[in-house]
Write a protein that binds this ligand. Structure first.
Ligand code: IDP
Ligand code: MG
Length: 155
């Protein structure tokens, strides 16, 4: 596992409307994840259908599409050791009612549909999702000054 694994995060409309953008970014930063891309975007219907293609036939899809397309979303790419799994753990499970305190969903949501954050679930989906939301020119390669205090040289 490299320390420069990347994953895609969306702070969904409920996170923005509930003024939790700073809280989400803060929990990612406090874990030691490096922000390498960040922007506010509008998700249109086509992008929603592509991103949630595994859910389009579900009864809740119309609500999900309306929700994600109706208000701004913050898209981010963060980098760090085992970033995909680490961020999923920080998020907690999809159904926030079952999410432990200390996780983003556990602390800020009690819902399955309004659960604040999207995070890629595998390295393969992270690769696809980063390309879906970011051009390579919008991603930044830079050395974090604190790097040697986040990881030992052999990690
Ligand atoms: P994930 O966000 O934890 O990866 P997915 O199963 O990929 O979970 O679902 C994507 C999003 O679709 C969820 O975060 C949630 O917003 C919505 N969703 C998933 N399952 C349900 C459900 O059973 N009812 C309502 N909304 C759901
Ligand atoms: Mg998912």
């Amino acid at each position: 596992m490299a320390i420069n694994d990347r994953t895609l995060i969306l702070i969904k409309p409920d996170g923005i409307q509930r003024l939790l953008v700073g809280e989400v970014i803060s929990s990612l930063e406090k874990k030691g994840l490096k922000i390498v891309g960040m922007k506010m975007i509008h998700v249109d219907k086509a992008l929603a259908k592509e991103h949630y293609s595994h859910l389009v036939s579900k009864p809740f899809y119309p609500d999900l599409e309306k929700f994600i397309t109706s208000y701004p979303v913050v898209a981010m790419v963060v980098e760090g050791k085992e970033a995909v799994d680490v961020v999923r753990l920080l998020c907690g499970p999809t159904n926030a009612t079952k999410a432990e305190g200390g996780t983003i969903r556990g602390d800020f949501s009690n819902s399955t549909s309004r659960n604040i954050i999207h995070a890629s679930d595998t390295e393969e989906s992270a690769e696809k999702e980063i390309k879906r939301f970011f051009k390579s020119s919008e991603l930044f390669d830079y050395k974090l000054v604190a790097q040697d205090f986040l990881y030992a040289s052999d990690e």
